[in-house]
Design a protein around this ligand. Structure first.
Ligand code: ZN
Ligand code: ZN
Length: 501
């Protein structure tokens, strides 16, 4: 990154350094928490770390908006969830039966993943804040200033709100839904409203006990003022003119006497060939999926190297291999600020991931992996780190690798190799003879192809093809010298001799 200032430092340098800074990130845990959501948390974390490195008193908070209602039966849910639409996700049973609630079902894997990514925020659940009475005064103020808030929303967003609009939705005691009820009366002393739900039920809602919720456009700026948020990353959907950040700026100031946090707008991450990631559309790669394959520091690198306002098009196939190569080069150069921002002590190996992808396709066993690596001149420092990387490579091959990087060593000489014409077999024999005596080194093994081919009167390409056919039964494979180096002298010569016998 040479002299360029990292975006997180640039952002941090514009924040008053003499005040406590609270960076809030958060989402509604209503579905699998994906790579796109991770961008928000990581954006916040990078600014947090940049502030800390400047000596600023800063804190990172992750606000799980688990008091938000379930909007619809998403594609990943059974039809039986129809009955929970409108319920707070903290009150809905978990789909697998192992978690405390629907919200925790999606939160738990996400929170453990961000730990691995070296992100350690304080976790706040809005359901707990509402039910603890933390927002009582603010809800009362919203109800008392309902007309004023309505005016702000209409003026700034340009939308007309209906007659009798209310900033507060009670949870109906009959149908359980956070609904657009009609508020019939408000008793500010008792913190209660009476309401008529769309189901027809009339009841009482005590907002000091979390028996209802402010509408999103009021809830968000209200929380800024109560939690004391000073910086907040959010998706571009909230950042549009007249959007919820705009209206929130006025509401937090006029109703709660608070300055809106410094906004950090981030763009989406799209999945190559599949479009933007949205849980609700089922186009997702969860962070867990990614951490199965990519070391956490590489994921951080991907987010760190791209300014938040630029889209990231993520390609889990060859693009991921290129990303890992790029990370390895950048990390080796040791000059980038991005890595200073990410201090992750995940087990490391010196083996390029791309090479491991070849190794795991040759080796039959864990010991085979170590043998191949030693043959290729790698020192095994940490066996478990090597096996960990090997598992990532296997999983990548299984889930995302394009077909043309996959290969399988055939247990016996393939027919296509046995059927090669005499002049090609002569070239193979000459090649076997040439390499059998020399160093078993990738570049030697690779370059020897050309002389052997020329001597037998065929092209280098024809000889490459013949050797691939001998092992793979296919015309192409990984770079030949490195491939044969990995297979080893004995096994290589045995197969080539069998072919030319
Ligand atoms: Zn569960
Ligand atoms: Zn109802």
């Amino acid at each position: 990154m040479n002299e360029k200032i990292h975006w997180a430092d640039a952002k941090a340098s514009r924040v008053p350094a003499d005040r406590h800074q609270l960076i809030a990130t958060g989402i509604t845990p209503s579905g699998p928490i994906h790579l796109g959501n991770m961008r928000e948390v990581m954006t916040g974390d990078m600014i947090y770390k940049a502030l800390k490195s400047r000596g600023v008193d800063a804190e990172l908070v992750y606000v799980a908006d688990d008091f938000d209602p379930l909007r619809k039966v998403y594609p990943f849910l059974p039809d039986s969830y129809q009955k929970y639409i409108g319920w707070p996700v903290s009150d809905i049973p978990c789909p697998c039966g192992k978690h405390k609630s629907y919200a925790e079902h999606f939160l738990e894997p996400f929170l453990s993943a961000i730990e691995e990514l070296d992100i350690h925020p304080r976790i706040v659940r809005t359901s707990e804040s509402y039910r603890s009475g933390m927002f009582t005064e603010q809800i009362r103020a919203a109800l008392e200033h309902a007309e004023e808030i309505k005016g702000i929303l209409e003026r700034i967003s340009g939308r007309k709100l209906e007659e009798g609009w209310t900033p507060y939705y009670p949870i109906c005691e009959k149908c359980g839904i956070i609904s657009r009820a009609t508020i019939l009366s408000h008793d500010p002393e008792k913190h209660t409203v009476t309401y008529r739900c769309s189901c027809g039920h009339e009841g009482v809602s005590d907002y000091s006990k979390g028996e209802g919720k402010l509408v999103w456009r009021v809830d968000w700026p209200m929380r800024w003022s109560v939690y004391g948020v000073t910086i907040e990353p959010f998706g571009k959907d909230h950042a549009s003119p007249g959007g919820s950040y705009d209206t929130g700026t006025y509401i937090t100031k006029d109703i709660y006497g608070y300055e809106a946090p410094i906004p950090v707008t981030y763009e989406w991450i799209s999945l190559k060939g599949r479009g933007e990631m949205h849980s609700s559309k089922g186009v997702v790669l969860t962070i867990r999926d990614m951490l199965d394959i990519v070391p956490p520091e590489v994921l951080r690198y991907m987010i760190a190297k791209t300014k938040p306002d630029k889209t990231i098009a993520f390609d889990p196939g060859m693009g991921l291999l290129r990303l890992i190569d790029e990370y390895d080069r950048a990390a080796a150069s040791g000059e980038s600020r991005e890595y200073e921002l990410s201090v992750i002590a995940s087990p490391q190996t010196t083996i390029p991931f791309r090479h491991m992808v070849t190794v795991v396709q040759i080796a039959q066993t864990d010991d085979g992996i170590f043998d191949i690596l030693k043959r290729s001149g790698y020192e095994i420092v940490d066996e478990s780190a090597v096996l960990d990387q090997a598992n990532r490579a296997k999983m990548w091959l299984e889930r995302y690798a394009p077909e043309d990087v996959k290969f399988a060593i055939q247990p016996a000489l393939p027919e296509v190799a046995a059927a090669e014409p005499a002049n090609v077999k002569a070239a193979v024999a000459a090649y076997a003879a040439a390499v059998s005596a020399g160093d078993w080194k990738a570049d030697v093994l690779h370059n020897s192809v050309y002389d052997a081919a020329a001597g037998a009167g065929i092209t280098g390409k024809e000889l490459f093809t013949a050797v691939y056919r001998a092992f793979l039964g296919a015309d192409r494979g990984p770079r030949l010298g490195w491939f044969l180096e990995a297979i080893g002298r004995e096994a290589t010569l045995a197969r080539l001799n069998e072919m030319t016998a």
